[in-house]
Design a protein around this ligand. Structure first.
Ligand SMILES: [Zn+2]
Length: 258
């Protein structure tokens, strides 16, 4: 198993086995228990954009930051696009927190956590151990349509010299093939996605993302899928498909401070 559930100090997350191999890597896909948000956002809602009390969201983010010993937690306004925010040690970045219109986060700065918020979408985390650079990608089905994964790998190659065959990838909990129903798939999906239909109108977006990672050069053995469905696991995960007014889970990847 490449992921395991960890519970500590009232918070819970999915840990990635790769942290045992690369001690400089820190990854947590946060579970909704713990945190201070009230229903229907209970408890560890990490999004300011869903109607929750912003003070409670700030407290939740603080819990995440402290628990992971981060200097800073970077989050952006996600729009199902492919714009990219690159924070590089070479460029002395200005502090940024909630830039809008970004779905790919990349950094080589230790202590800086990249937060992707999701409730059914995938957070696809990438780690390049050779060049010590990480990415976190917000990938819903629209992200698959414009291959946001391939674009992120392209930025890593161009900006950091990443060789895709070295990349490690983690797919967070998200909408599983059991629940990913697309009635209008003929309009929404290009025809090349249709073979991912597992029964009428239901699609395996996990396999689709795995294939897009491989098309970008990531080795199949380096791709790890959490395999938790957000809609099925109500106790642990927020799901927009299950309840339109709800919170957002968060997946954070970071390089540890030396
Ligand atoms: Zn499901």
């Amino acid at each position: 198993m490449n992921f395991k559930r960890v519970q500590e100090d009232g918070l819970a997350w999915l840990a990635w086995s790769l942290e045992d191999v690369f001690p400089e890597l820190s990854y947590r896909s946060w579970i909704r228990c713990g945190g201070v948000s009230l229903p229907p956002y209970d408890g560890l809602n990490l999004s300011y954009g869903v109607g929750d009390d912003p003070d409670r969201v700030s407290q939740n983010r603080r819990l995440v930051r402290l628990s992971m010993a981060l200097n800073e937690l970077i989050s952006v306004g996600q729009v199902h696009g492919s714009n990219t925010l690159i924070l590089s040690a070479k460029e002395k970045p200005q502090p940024v927190r909630e830039v809008h219109g970004i779905d790919i986060l990349i950094t080589d700065i230790p202590g800086l956590g990249l937060l992707i918020k999701q409730a059914d979408c995938q957070a696809v985390a990438l780690y390049d151990p050779e060049n010590q650079v990480i990415a976190n990608i917000h990938c819903g089905w629209r992200g698959n349509v414009h291959d946001v994964i391939g674009q992120a790998v392209g930025h890593l190659r161009a900006g950091f010299g990443t060789r895709p065959e070295n990349l490690r990838a983690a797919l967070s909990p998200s909408l599983g093939p059991c629940c990913a129903e697309f009635i209008n798939y003929r309009k929404e999906f290009p025809e090349k996605f249709w073979p991912y239909q597992v029964r009428p109108h239901f699609f395996d977006l996990w396999r689709l993302s795995c294939d897009q990672l491989q098309q970008a050069g990531v080795r199949p053995g380096n791709i790890h899928v959490a395999g938790w469905c957000s809609r099925c696991q109500e106790k642990d995960l927020f799901s927009y498909r299950r309840a339109q007014v709800t919170g957002r889970n968060g997946t954070v990847i970071a390089l540890r401070r030396p």
